[in-house]
Design a protein around this ligand. Structure first.
Ligand code: 1HN
Length: 378
């Protein structure tokens, strides 16, 4: 919130804003209200009704070179059986980030590290989770009895309330993946429940990879099996090669978005909507030399560089990035992306857009560089 005492906004002098001039009688009244767990609305109206969103979060970057070493150190220091999950939490560089365990806004993120033969014990929670696989081999997750094998740059879902455990096969290699959860949202809503499964791991109730193999084609819908009746995507895992091919195909016939290059949503193929109810995700491709136009929108976004190198300018701050660096765009902050490499750059990202859309508050604005005026929100 802006400090109106130090930096008064001329717009606050107008009719419709709080512009009461205090006097000793009013000061006494405020004291009396305070004794009754009450306050004068006009003393705080302009602070709780900013002219536009003012994020408490900062554009922050986590460099994979540094984070990778820290993840490997964590492997030597704690066992996943004792840690619950061996996760290095990514905290937004702000008071709100540290206080809410938030990577940005309503989103939590961490890097989970696991050695060959290790497991993350089975549990469930009201928070939804999604994971983006950064390195290693032999990783798998089991979600409500469905086993899913995981490869580099795959995106996998753990919808809210599903039992889940993960592991790396004995013949695999140390894995690091990014977890993205809506923990700050669930805790703000006071809707977060947690339960531990009676066994360390779930019994597989279905053939391995049955969900992606049944539902993984957007164009083909399986018939003759029980209808999918869950509010989340049945695909569960979105494979890197198919995601990259989809973007390459799109780029053959479209110029893409001026703000995001070629961008595709990880969707629920049965609805075309987001894969999870509270969080969305995209993969976008920036052609070599592309410099996108700046825009801003409500909602928070956390990026993971799947491939390539470049930089983004976020709220006036330049963040250079290369493979598996992570950075965030806080709500309503101008941002643009630049690919400085010789090949295509691919940016994975996850967001809280489904929440903004469900509440009717997903608002976007393009920067109008010609007029110098701020245009109305789209
Ligand atoms: C969680 O369930 C996992 O299942 C990882 O791997 C990170 C962070 C906060 C809350 C739950 C997992 C988590 C988490």
């Amino acid at each position: 919130m802006s400090d109106t005492a130090i930096n008064p906004d001329p717009r606050d002098a107008q009719l419709g804003r709080s512009r009461v001039v205090d006097n000793p009688e009013l000061e006494a009244f405020y004291g009396e209200l305070g004794q009754h767990n009450a306050a004068a609305f006009w003393k705080r109206a302009n602070a709780i009704e900013p002219w536009e969103p003012e994020s408490r979060y900062s554009p922050t970057v986590w460099r994979y070179d540094e984070m990778r070493d820290l993840c490997l150190r964590a492997i030597d220091l704690v066992r996943p059986e004792d840690a619950g999950r061996r996760v290095v939490v990514l905290l937004n560089d702000s008071e709100a980030g540290r206080a809410n365990s938030a990577v940005c806004g309503w989103l939590f993120s961490g890097l989970q590290a696991m050695k060959a033969g290790e497991i993350t014990p089975a549990h469930n929670h009201t928070a939804s989770a999604q994971r983006f696989i950064m390195e290693g081999a032999g990783a798998y997750t089991v979600v409500d009895g469905h086993e899913i094998e995981l490869g580099g740059n795959d995106y996998v879902l753990t919808p809210n309330g599903c039992w889940h455990d993960h592991g790396v096969s004995v013949s695999g290699k140390t894995c690091i993946w990014q977890d993205g959860l809506d923990i700050p949202l669930m805790n703000s809503l006071e809707t977060n429940f947690y339960a531990v499964y009676p066994e360390p791991t779930q019994t597989r109730a279905f053939p391995a990879n049955d969900l992606p193999l049944s539902y993984g084609s957007v164009a083909m819908k399986p018939e003759g099996i029980p209808a999918w009746d869950k509010p989340y995507s049945p695909v569960m895992v979105y494979r890197w090669e198919a995601t990259r091919d989809a973007l390459w195909n799109l780029a053959k016939v479209s110029d893409g978005s001026p703000f995001d290059g070629h961008i595709m949503r990880y969707s629920n193929p049965l609805t075309g909507g987001w894969a999870l109810q509270t969080m969305g995700a995209h993969m976008q491709m920036l052609k070599p030399g592309l410099h996108t136009k700046a825009h801003r929108h409500t909602g928070n976004v956390v990026y993971n560089v799947a491939e390539g190198e470049g930089y983004s300018v976020i709220g006036g701050k330049r963040i250079d990035w290369k493979q598996h660096d992570i950075f965030c765009v806080p709500a309503w902050m101008w941002h643009e992306h630049v690919n400085t490499g010789s090949g295509e750059a691919f940016l994975f990202s996850f967001n809280d857009f489904p929440v903004m859309e469900a509440l009717g508050v997903k608002i976007e604005q393009a920067l109008d560089t010609n007029s110098g005026h701020q245009p109305a929100a789209l």
